[in-house]
Design a protein around this ligand. Structure first.
Ligand code: NAD
Ligand code: DAU
Length: 329
């Protein structure tokens, strides 16, 4: 793949992706461009032989220069947290929509291969008792400012494919968990709550269902799409874990770690159920997730990682919890 430009490579999924890509091909030239927002951390890429550029994907001259040097662009950079998008949607529009537009213009000008990372949330949600799963043909119906801006970015990519013939693929993935995930997110928040003597915090009743996937399974699929995916196509990524409610996940964490949880204020507009149908990816590209049917193995490893890497998260914990407490969460 020559030189790969990875946007948002200092974030959770991007950093795990860069680690996996270099492990598979140590000769790969990787340039990471990342703004280093509160969610980005240079330490996530420590020890890797890469070129790191601190900058925003909304900076058109910078992005033009970096895309010109790359063979492939993998686009992870985004504002990614739903709760934040409810308090201030503005950076979500900037990065997720305008930033993607800037990147697309550079990809078009320099005729480079692009893979755009997106989410199952673009499809909206299913009722809790609806056994359906989202396919690549499910109409878009996003609920939050975050998911609306991701939906907007997907539409832009498709329009650039159709109107300008850019060489792009898209993947829509379900909820990831694993190492280096910011402690604002559900699973690491609960783990670090218990590690610091706080109770775990469950929004509302906790009946909501997320289709959990280990970050390595997500990134394995992305590498496969880069290698063998058909240009212009979208692939859903999910590991068939759409049967565990938030309440069950929190109970598993409490049981594994020894701790308790409490119910806190629900998220406004809270999506109920996500479930991904990844048949296309499995049939066309023979992708198989490693962490299947239950999240307990991946969860145990993730708990271990946060236990072993307290210095990675401890400095943020008080501020993250103060922010949640202000909203009754
Ligand atoms: P994250 O918040 O952990 O990381 C995002 C990274 O993007 C950070 O390093 C941040 O500094 C960087 N960034 C933000 N704004 C930027 C800008 N303007 N210019 C350059 N860099 C910028 O997010 P994540 O969970 O790793 O998600 C990565 C991608 O995967 C996002 O596009 C997200 O929508 C998508 N996704 C996430 C999940 C999930 O469960 N976390 C699931 C499906 C898809
Ligand atoms: O579905 C993919 C999406 O998954 C990604 O596109 C997003 O970037 C990613 O943040 C994630 O979105 P969610 O909103 O589903 O993830 P979050 O970790 O914020 O919450 C997961 C579920 O847990 C959700 O139903 C809300 C609930 N929750 C969350 C937190 C932080 C709690 O019950 N307690 C909490 O403390």
């Amino acid at each position: 793949m020559g030189t790969m430009l990875v946007t948002g490579g200092a974030g959770f999924i991007g950093a795990n992706f860069v680690r996996m890509a270099l492990k598979r091909d140590p000769k790969l030239d990787v340039i990471v461009v990342d703004k280093l927002t509160y969610a980005g951390n240079r330490v996530n890429l420590a020890g890797l032989n890469i070129e790191f550029v601190q900058g925003s994907i909304t900076d058109a001259p910078l992005i033009d220069e970096l895309v010109a040097r790359a063979d492939t662009v993998v686009h992870f950079a985004a504002e990614s947290h739903n709760d934040n998008s409810l308090t201030d949607p503005s950076p979500f529009v900037d990065t997720n929509v305008v930033g993607t537009f800037v990147l697309l213009e550079a990809v078009r000008k320099h005729n480079k291969r692009l893979h755009h990372i997106s989410t199952d949330e673009v499809f909206g949600d299913l009722a809790l008792d609806d056994p359906a799963r989202f396919t690549e043909h499910t109409p878009y119906n996003p609920s939050s400012p975050y998911s609306a801006t991701k939906a907007g970015s997907d539409h832009l990519v498709r329009a650039w494919v159709r109107s300008f013939g850019i060489k792009a693929t898209i993947s829509n993935c379900s909820n990831n968990y694993g190492p280096y995930q910011h402690i604002e997110k559900f699973i690491p928040r609960q783990i670090t709550n218990l590690l610091t003597g706080r109770p775990a915090k469950l929004y509302g009743t906790g009946a909501q269902v997320r289709d959990w996937i280990h970050v390595d399974d997500h990134n394995d699929a992305v590498l496969l799409i880069l290698e063998k995916g058909r240009l212009g196509e979208t692939y859903n990524i999910g590991a068939d874990n759409d049967h565990t409610s938030n309440k069950q996940v929190i109970e598993m964490i409490c049981e594994l770690m020894g701790g308790t949880y409490e119910h806190v204020a629900d998220r406004p507009g809270h999506d109920q159920r996500y479930a991904m149908d990844s048949t296309k990816l499995r049939e066309e590209l023979s992708w198989r997730p490693r962490y299947t049917s239950s999240i307990s193995e991946g969860l145990e490893r993730t708990i271990e990682w946060y236990r072993d890497n307290e210095e990675w998260w401890a400095a943020d914990k008080v501020a993250v919890e103060a922010k949640y407490a202000a909203g009754g969460q």
